[in-house]
Write a protein that binds this ligand. Structure first.
Ligand code: HEC
Length: 212
């Protein structure tokens, strides 16, 4: 809240919110580079009744399936939504908070997680112990919106460079991104062999011409 007890909203020079009392602090970005992952179109979700264990580290809200060898998967650009969100530490489940609305239990109205979660869970018909704790989560959003226009297509070197945007993606062998010592050596030996062959052939012809 601001000094007058009103909802505090801070904006940057362009008028975009950087802090909103109902939502927290924002870090804004443009032209954000997506993460790239193998994906075969199948996802499994962590559902409201599923047990989650905070000691397992970051909880996946959804798991994407696929890999380089199944003949089904493509390399997809993804947005990885990383969050700190409330959960029920007694039932060990994720929760469905009642976030927005102009009523007594919405989080944006009274800023009480307990009230907002109790109300949301009741509406969802799910069990809530009344206790609230927080854990870290991540969720994959395959990107099929926010695709750049044709004129802004990636250049070769955006991917074909070591440490490029495809960084960490396994199962691919692509020029300038990764290399195999033996393939490189063989390639250079072939190039060198060709050069030597051409030089020998040329010199021989030159010599034989002069000899008539
Ligand atoms: C969005 C990322 C991306 C961009 C942009 C891109 N490439 Fe690739 N390229 C790849 C990937 C991934 C592979 C590896 C495919 C595989 O392993 O089968 C690849 C493979 C290749 C190969 C090897 C093909 C083969 O059969 O082994 C060549 C050559 C190549 N790219 C050239 C280019 C050129 C030239 C451009 C620019 C006009 C370009 N690439 C732009 C991702 C990209």
């Amino acid at each position: 809240m601001d000094a007058a007890g009103k909802l505090l909203i801070e904006t940057d020079a362009k008028g975009h919110a950087t802090y909103d009392a109902k939502k927290g602090a924002y870090v804004l970005g443009v032209n954000v580079v997506p993460a790239y992952r193998w994906f075969n179109g199948k996802m499994t979700y962590t559902l409201l009744g599923d047990k989650v264990d905070k000691t397992h580290g970051v909880i996946s809200i959804n798991k994407i399936e696929g890999g380089p060898t199944d003949g089904q998967s493509l390399i997809w650009p993804m947005k990885i939504m990383q969050a700190t969100q409330p959960y029920d530490p007694v039932n060990r489940t994720l929760v469905a908070p009642h976030m927005a609305g102009d009523d007594a239990t919405s989080y944006g109205k009274n800023f009480s997680w307990e009230k907002a979660i109790a109300s949301g869970m009741k509406t969802s018909g799910a069990d809530f112990s009344g206790k609230v704790d927080f854990l870290k989560t991540e969720m994959y959003w395959p990107l099929n919106h926010m695709v750049a226009p044709r004129e802004k297509t990636l250049a070769c070197a955006d991917c074909h460079a070591s440490g490029s945007r495809l960084g960490g993606l396994d199962g691919i062998y692509m020029p300038a991104y990764n290399a195999n010592r033996w393939v490189d050596l063989l390639g250079w030996l072939m190039a060198l062999g060709t050069l030597i062959g051409v030089l020998l052939h040329g010199s021989l012809r030159f010599y034989l011409t002069r000899k008539g």
